[in-house]
Write a protein that binds this ligand. Structure first.
Ligand SMILES: Nc1ncnc2c1ncn2[C@@H]1O[C@H](COP(=O)(O)OP(=O)(O)OP(=O)(O)O)[C@@H](O)[C@H]1O
Length: 124
């Protein structure tokens, strides 16, 4: 403890990168949100957003991807802890899935609030 261990620090980056690559390979929902996030960033660059709008959009994208990763973590832990069918295992997965759904719905609404007025003005 005390002095920072640089090797340990970079190793944890490698583990995190591994988590992203593995999840992208196995989870279709994560791939969808990666593609959607990329599309939104391109749309934002083409449309033109303020610093505050970029901050909100990037937070939403990062939050969405982070939640998908946490959802995958919950699924993996549940499958390891309870390979058999159990109500608690189902509840844990359902709660994690609900967290993703709520955030995705809010992101979609906020995305419309940010983008639609700008596009509306473009064509009027
Ligand atoms: N061990 C279990 N016991 C009880 N219910 C389970 C169990 N595993 C899964 N379920 C139920 O099935 C649902 C789907 O679980 P699953 O792990 O297949 O997630 P998924 O949403 O299909 O994930 P993926 O992102 O891998 O497609 C869960 O939300 C839960 O309701």
């Amino acid at each position: 403890m005390g002095r920072m261990d640089a090797r340990k620090f970079f190793r944890s980056f490698r583990y995190a990168a591994k988590g992203i690559v593995r999840t992208a390979r196995t989870e279709q929902n994560f791939r969808f949100h990666l593609a959607a996030g990329t599309a939104v960033v391109i749309a934002g660059a083409l449309t033109g957003l303020s610093a505050a709008e970029w901050s909100v959009i990037l937070l939403l994208i990062a939050g969405m991807l982070s939640l998908e990763l946490m959802n995958t973590a919950v699924e993996r832990v549940v499958d390891k802890a309870s390979p058999e069918w159990h109500p608690l295992a189902g509840q844990a997965k359902d709660a994690a899935a609900a967290a993703v759904l709520i955030y995705a719905a809010a992101s979609a609404v906020i995305g419309c609030v940010v983008f639609l007025p700008k596009w509306w003005n473009l064509f009027n």
